[in-house]
Design a protein around this ligand. Structure first.
Ligand SMILES: [Cu+2]
Length: 487
């Protein structure tokens, strides 16, 4: 469980709670660009002042995530096995960091599923505590969704089944055990899950070794190299890219497809290449209808974006730094020539047409800061697995107005809905931003803002699914609710 007192940094001074608690949960984002508060609106927390051990930026090479090999394939199913276990690895040079892993990797290995082929994931829990797995963005049955109280006890195992009947997309898998998901994910229980869609091959996008998943997150280390947990997320001063601190990545003079995923539990990345062009081709739920030229992209916790960068525009020896307002994230070093017959066509993949919405709903995300322990609320209530918050008719097309009521302390949130992707309609009545393009399952909501999204609950599945704030420290504190899909 979260040690809330530690999280709040309040020691025994109960009287300070009201002053301090909003600061812990306060805006951990470095700034949220056009979404709201200014670029340098940092957390207002009283800091512990602790900084992680120093390292040389760009010294490490960004590793490519290991692609998990199936243990068995049948005519329609790929079967994978992963153990959940603790391990100690070197993240900062010269330091040993205890982490939690899927399969011994930090972050977990990438599962590359194929659209139309089922995946069975056999998970063995070798940790002393309960865990589970949620396939974020996956259209899966309720029994396989990683319900927060549907847990794998220590030394036990279970098989999750994913049908992969949705279009190609960059998804991710992570722990969703209620109350402990934030700590579990922070300590390493996250990995990418890419659905490769043969129906997209004709587009000719960069593929194979030029299709590179990049997982971004942050961490704070103590002077022994251990992760610091339980202080303000805004104090996490080391950016990890595929598990390495601010690395470099050697690239050829050609186009690459990078699948960026923000696996930080509570953090916004606001990325630019010093004004150089990035071509966005996909978002959470798969390809966009058409590519979008970007010079800056914003990724809140749990959001993904597929970006093509054409390094043929730069000479050999060029070094391009990917920046965030909090500092450099990584560097691309153009080191060699390579043949390139890939392209980015003007038309990618049309968004599915949704029937006109027939239901309007409102969801508010707020904190109750009146008691010693801050309580995360959806529509005024903390999560209760015995309570169904919304009943949704299967097949319904609905508009949800997502409101962030945390104006007083400027707390930002990202809203995530399980089971389906949605389309962002507007923000406070104004057109959505470029970051909202495509099929989304997670969306940033600034303090005081209302974001309207439309979802079509067209999946075959019935049962209970979560919707929640995807700042995992917030969902851990209760900012989560459930919908039941009914016939
Ligand atoms: Cu939140």
């Amino acid at each position: 469980m979260l040690d809330r007192r530690k999280l709040l940094g309040i020691g025994g001074a109960a009287g300070a709670t009201l002053l301090v608690s909003p600061m812990w949960i306060g805006n951990a984002a470095p700034g949220v660009g056009h979404h709201g508060p200014g670029r340098n609106a940092g957390p207002r927390a009283a800091r512990t002042g602790m900084t992680s051990p120093a390292f040389t930026p760009f010294a490490a090479r960004m590793p490519e995530s290991r692609v998990l090999a199936p243990v068995t394939r049948t005519s329609d199913t790929d079967i994978y096995q992963l153990s959940v276990r603790a391990k100690t690895i070197e993240i900062l040079p010269g330091y040993q960091t205890p982490v939690l892993t899927y399969g011994g990797d930090f972050p977990g290995p990438t599962i590359r599923a194929r659209a139309g082929r089922r995946v069975k994931l056999n998970l063995r829990n070798q940790l002393p505590q309960d865990v589970n797995v949620h396939l974020h963005g996956g259209h899966v049955s309720a029994a396989n969704d990683g319900y927060p109280t549907d847990l794998i006890p220590s030394s036990a195992g279970r098989v999750y089944e994913y049908p992969n009947t949705q279009q190609g997309a960059t998804l991710w898998y992570h722990d969703h055990s209620h109350g402990t998901e934030a700590e579990h994910v922070y300590r390493g229980l996250h990995g990418l899950y890419v659905i490769d869609d043969p129906g997209e091959n004709h587009l000719g996008l960069p593929c194979g070794r030029y299709d590179v998943p990049i997982t971004l997150r942050d961490a704070q280390f103590d002077d022994t190299g251990a992760f610091v947990w339980g202080v303000h997320p805004g104090e996490r001063d080391v950016t990890l890219v595929n598990g390495k601190p601010v690395p470099h990545y050697p690239v050829a003079r050609r186009k690459y497809r990078f699948r960026f995923a923000n696996a930080a539990t509570e953090r916004v990345f606001q990325l630019d290449l010093g004004g150089a062009e990035m071509i966005q081709i996909g978002s959470d739920g798969g390809l966009l209808p058409a590519p979008i030229q970007r010079t800056e992209i914003t990724l809140g916790s749990a959001e993904r974006m597929d970006i093509v960068i054409d390094f043929a525009r730069y000479p050999l020896g060029a070094k391009l730094v990917l920046n965030d307002p909090r500092g450099p994230v990584m560097r691309f070093d153009v080191t060699r020539e390579a043949f390139d017959n890939s392209r980015v066509p003007d038309t990618l993949r049309a968004l599915p047409v949704m029937p006109p919405a027939t239901v309007d709903r409102h969801v508010s995300m707020t904190f109750d800061l009146s008691s010693e322990v801050p309580l995360g609320l959806m529509d005024g209530k903390p999560f209760d697995h015995n309570r169904v918050d919304m009943r949704i008719k299967r097949g319904a097309s609905e508009i949800w107005s997502l409101y962030n009521g945390d104006t007083e302390f400027g707390i930002t949130h990202t809203f995530h809905m399980h089971l389906v992707q949605f389309t962002v309609l507007d923000r406070d009545g104004k057109p959505p931003t470029l970051d909202d393009a495509g099929r989304k399952d997670t969306v940033f909501v600034a303090p005081g803002e209302t974001v309207r999204v439309q979802a079509h609950f067209d999946s075959e599945f019935l049962g209970k699914y979560m919707y929640h704030c995807h700042y995992m420290e917030h969902s851990s504190l209760g900012m989560m609710a459930q919908m039941e899909i009914v016939p």
